[in-house]
Design a protein around this ligand. Structure first.
Ligand SMILES: Nc1ncnc2c1ncn2[C@@H]1O[C@H](COP(=O)(O)OP(=O)(O)O)[C@@H](O)[C@H]1O
Ligand SMILES: [Mg+2]
Length: 400
């Protein structure tokens, strides 16, 4: 076959790029060494080492709190790796289960996921919540396993009143303790804020409340090193200008947010490629900055269900039309209903919408404040962090 004269695919394939391996910039990528987190790792080690006691293993519970992108998940996963390494060395059977509560957002789903991690023979349905906790206990006893359970993004179950799942988990050890068998369950909860502790039953809350690790923010200098670590893995040698790294660290240091720092340099690389620039310069970081807002991140929006997207769209539109900084919830809901009509969706009920609003607030996608003086009754006001409404509207429309 004669060659097509002008093969755009070939042209794209041979287009030069500043990257050598973009996957190293993905948020799920765990670097082999976490920088500047020795203190935090040591804190986890001291609290959780009872799990590896040969004779009398101990359960312990811990809560890690900190903002988005600060490194909570990476910290837990790095510790999980250390724990598995040490348990293997000592021939102690430990199972590490890491559950994201944003996707597994009901007690049943969480228990179900734990059970299925312990045995692939657990059927996908058919058990009640109490039964499945019993199954978990049995599986641990039969395999004489110790469990290290991480419930990541716990805010999402806590928000739905799911905090009662903790108590049965902490009971498994006592129920299984007999003779030589002991199956401790150590729990590491990760959340953005410890606020849910106040809504929990006293004894569980206080057992957790005593061991809270608040993650320290990374400084500008630390963020420079965190970016450099990823740049070395993801970019070709010497293509990223030192000043570009400094600038990205500067911008991200306001929130101490490692994820934002990495995202900035990633997008900067994309802009460099787009311009066919062989180097990444500070100006590319500036372009990246204006295209990503640290709060309104693409992957956060991607994770939202359809109706939450439409509700957010309603809020964005109402803010845009009214030109106000804060809008009334009722107006936002009105706009949501119109959008539902536009997309031929049956609108959700008010109670459900309130739940959605709470979730959007937890994601920091919206800010919510109760009405101050001068308003009759209870009105809640909504605002958006400083992000362009037009940009967000376009993003939402492309997703819906
Ligand atoms: N101390 C660190 N050293 C190296 N990379 C880090 C560090 N802290 C965070 N990161 C990176 O920053 C990104 C965000 O971290 P993550 O653990 O997902 O944050 P969180 O769970 O708090 O939202 C990840 O890509 C992670 O690898
Ligand atoms: Mg996380």
């Amino acid at each position: 076959m004669p060659m097509t004269e002008y093969n755009v695919l070939e042209e794209e394939l041979s287009r030069p790029s500043v990257f050598k391996d973009e996957s190293k910039l993905s948020i799920d990528f765990l670097p082999s060494k976490l920088l500047y987190r020795e203190l935090e790792l040591r804190f986890l080690a001291r609290h959780l080492l009872g799990l590896l006691n040969l004779e009398t293993p101990k359960s312990s519970n811990l809560l890690v709190v900190g903002g988005v992108g600060i490194g909570k998940t990476s910290l837990a996963k790095t510790f999980g790796k250390m724990l598995m390494e040490s348990s293997r060395k000592r021939n102690i059977p430990v199972k590490y289960v890491h559950i994201n509560c944003r996707t597994n957002n009901t007690p049943y789903l969480i228990f179900q996921t734990i059970a299925r991690e312990l045995s692939q023979h657990v059927p996908a349905r058919g058990y009640s919540t109490e039964e499945i906790v019993g199954v978990i206990g049995d599986l641990l006893r039969l395999q004489q396993l110790r469990l290290f359970l991480v419930l990541d993004e716990f805010d999402f179950v806590a928000l739905r009143g799911g905090t009662e799942i903790i108590y049965p988990l902490t009971r498994i050890h006592d129920a299984n303790r007999s003779g030589t068998i002991s199956t401790p369950v150590s729990l590491l909860l990760i959340a953005r804020s410890p606020a849910f502790l106040e809504r929990m039953d006293q004894s569980t809350a206080s057992s957790l409340g005593h061991s809270v690790l608040r993650m320290r923010k990374d400084s500008q200098a630390q963020l420079v090193d965190i970016i450099q670590q990823r740049v070395d893995l993801a970019f070709k040698d010497g293509v990223v200008d030192k000043e570009a790294i400094r600038l990205a660290a500067d911008i991200a240091s306001e929130l101490g947010d490692a994820r934002h720092a990495i995202e900035l340099i990633w997008y900067a690389g994309k802009y460099a490629d787009e311009e066919q620039s062989p180097y990444v310069f500070p100006d590319h970081v500036r372009q990246a900055k204006s295209s990503i807002h640290p709060v309104v991140r693409r992957e956060t929006i991607y994770g939202l269900g359809l109706h939450k997207l439409v509700l957010l769209l309603g809020i964005v539109r109402q803010l845009k039309h009214s030109k106000l900084a804060y809008i009334k919830t009722s107006d936002a809901i009105q706009e949501y209903k119109m959008a539902c009509e536009e997309f031929m969706l049956a609108p959700r009920k008010h109670t459900q919408l309130w739940q959605y609003l709470k979730e959007l607030a937890i994601f920091d996608l919206i800010q919510v404040k109760p009405s101050g003086k001068g308003y009759r009754g209870k009105t809640t006001f909504i605002s958006l962090p400083d992000v362009s409404t037009r940009q967000l509207e376009n993003e939402l429309l492309s997703l819906i």
